[in-house]
Unconditional design. Structure first.
Length: 575
């Protein structure tokens, strides 16, 4: 249809009940250089907003050909265009007018990370942007003339200034793509070099605050500088040679006084599983995809997890090879978090002493003397960290401020001193030999097997009163049927739309029989991500139209959400 048809329809329904907007649902209108489509219309002004797409017409010829050559470049362009649209929405959209969400134009949230999203699709054939729009109303009466302004003034300006290269900063776009591709290439090199992470010289690691992830802008910020002992260099496709600190496989301690940058370094490493935008300060801080942050999580539910590598001989004789609880302690929750991460395929554990259960991490010589082994069910992490690496090739990066006993198990030690890293491994080994802890080490024990679990499909039910009821509340909570899933301790989630995506991934898995009572959790995740790779992230949308508000999570966070579903039942455990 031509755009005049939309103009007349909006004029005709002005003042009518809100459901009159359904007349424009599933219609596509020709605006000359682009098409505006309305695949979904909300039920009332207070409901989830309507879906609106903007799609260019004709082959994409003005963008440089090299941008189309691989998946990571396409992803980077899509990310950049999403950010351009975000800025143009702020510039051209009036925002709220009328009741509820009337007049709002939105696109998926962006942060410092560059992640696969469905907000923009960039190809040689077209560019498609996917927005959400609150169709204007007063009460539940259509404001047709305000809707005309929205569709004929605001959205066209956003489209014109966001999807056509002549109106985009081409130099900034190409720099964005180059920086993202360099990070991707650098991360892919880590495993072949035996590295867990790389932190480039000159990186700015501190953030503005706990709720503002942008780089701290102050003349007091100390740029990162690798100690000579750990310095490595790489040659990247666009940036060329880059130098910085490599963290090798094995057991690495990050030590130092309070407020000297230990946790800041670890936080940068945990976010290094994602690419970052130019100017973030952590563009060349990269970490293996399989790195997973571990912490204690008092009160979480645990369902049939073999925590026997860490906990045995409970006083009531309860087995820990098939352990369940509705209210885990600090130590049992941390043990379960580690075992579940290993089950999902995590290859690097990231741990900060400050967020751990002390009795899980260490049992010193005096406590060993007081409490006999037969009365202590916990084998602390210090006695398992080496066997975990030796038997399962799982490395650990650990921030330690007070537990010097870990000196005995470290392969390398980095001390943060006034935000500067110093290699102190030799000094640490010397201290350990001169000041032995006298604790009884159990490093000669085996770590134990890592099992796989098969979930019971009937326990994963997204329905409430017969209808699928799945929604998110911010980044930390998923309402899944009758249950709430608490994601607040999955610290590598960085975007609230990742939580929405997890919710719909789990719904997709159960409604498409991927969770079938035969596959393990690991196999379920492998199958889901095969589907996403083959068909695109939009396939998980419960609607017929592609949803624009999905941001790809890692399999580890999807598995972490499933493990935190309180109704989850495990059918079988496989060794």
């Amino acid at each position: 249809m031509n755009k005049e048809h939309l103009y007349k329809e909006l004029n005709n329904i002005d003042g009518r009940g809100y459901k009159a907007y359904r007349q424009i649902q599933n219609n596509y209108y020709d605006f000359g250089k682009f098409i505006i489509g309305i695949p979904y219309v909300q039920g009332d002004p207070y409901a989830s907003p309507s879906s609106v797409i903007i799609k260019t017409k004709g082959k994409i010829k003005d963008f440089p050909e090299w941008l189309f050559e691989n998946e990571i470049r396409l992803q980077a362009v899509e990310d950049y265009l999403t950010r351009v649209i975000t800025n143009n929405i702020k510039k051209y959209a009036r925002g709220n007018r009328g009741s509820g969400k009337s007049g709002r134009i939105n696109i998926v949230h962006t942060g410092q990370e560059v992640i696969k999203r469905t907000s923009v699709e960039f190809s040689r054939d077209y560019i498609e942007a996917r927005l959400t729009v609150g169709l204007p109303a007063k009460g539940r009466r259509v404001l047709g003339h305000q809707a005309q302004d929205l569709f004929f003034k605001e959205i066209p300006k956003i489209a014109e200034n966001s999807l056509f290269l002549a109106n985009i900063n081409q130099q900034a776009l190409e720099n964005h793509v180059r920086v993202v591709e360099d990070q991707h290439v650098l991360r892919e090199l880590l495993s072949s070099q035996g590295l867990l992470a790389f932190i480039a010289d000159g990186s700015i690691l501190p953030r503005r605050s706990g709720v503002d992830d942008r780089p701290l802008s102050s003349n007091k910020v100390v740029p990162f500088q690798s100690p000579a002992e750990y310095e490595l260099s790489f040659k990247l496709p666009h940036k060329g040679e880059i130098k910085g600190m490599g963290i090798k496989e094995g057991i690495t301690l990050i030590v130092g006084g309070g407020y000297h940058g230990k946790s800041t370094l670890l936080n940068a490493i945990e976010r290094g599983v994602y690419n970052h935008i130019p100017g973030d300060g952590r563009e060349y801080v990269v970490t293996r995809h399989s790195a997973f942050k571990i912490r204690a999580e008092d009160g979480r539910r645990v369902e049939r997890v073999d925590i026997s590598p860490f906990i045995n001989n409970l006083p009531q004789g309860e087995t820990t090879k098939d352990f369940s609880t509705d209210n885990a302690s600090g130590s049992t929750s941390q043990a379960a978090n580690i075992i579940e991460a290993l089950e999902l395929g995590a290859g690097v554990l990231l741990i900060d002493e400050d967020t751990c259960a002390t009795n899980f991490m260490i049992r010193d010589a005096r406590m060993q003397k007081l409490v006999a082994d037969k009365n202590e069910p916990i084998t602390p992490f210090i006695d398992k960290v080496k066997p975990l690496y030796n038997e399962h090739n799982v490395s650990t990066i650990l921030v330690v401020g007070g537990a010097g006993d870990y000196f005995d198990v470290a392969d390398r030690v980095i001390m943060m001193n006034k935000y500067r890293p110093i290699a102190v491994t030799e000094e640490v080994k010397d201290i350990a030999s001169k000041l032995p802890t006298k604790r009884e080490s159990k490093l000669n024990t085996s770590f134990g097997q890592i099992c796989q679990r098969i979930p019971e499909p009937a326990s994963i039910n997204p329905r409430k009163k017969g209808r699928i009821k799945v929604k998110t509340h911010g980044m930390d909570t998923i309402q899944f049927g009758r249950e709430n899933i608490d994601l607040s301790y999955l610290e590598q989630l960085v975007n609230q739309e990742q939580s929405k995506t997890i919710a719909d991934i789990l719904t997709y898995a159960i409604t498409n029989d991927i969770i079938d009572g035969q596959r393990t959790i690991r196999e379920i995740l492998d199958r889901i991500y095969e589907h996403l790779q083959q068909k695109g992230l939009k396939i998980i949308s419960p609607f017929n139209s592609p949803a624009g508000a999905y941001v790809l999570p890692r399999p580890y966070e999807v598995g972490g959400a499933l493990n935190r579903l309180r109704s989850l039942k495990i059918k079988d455990i496989i060794y």
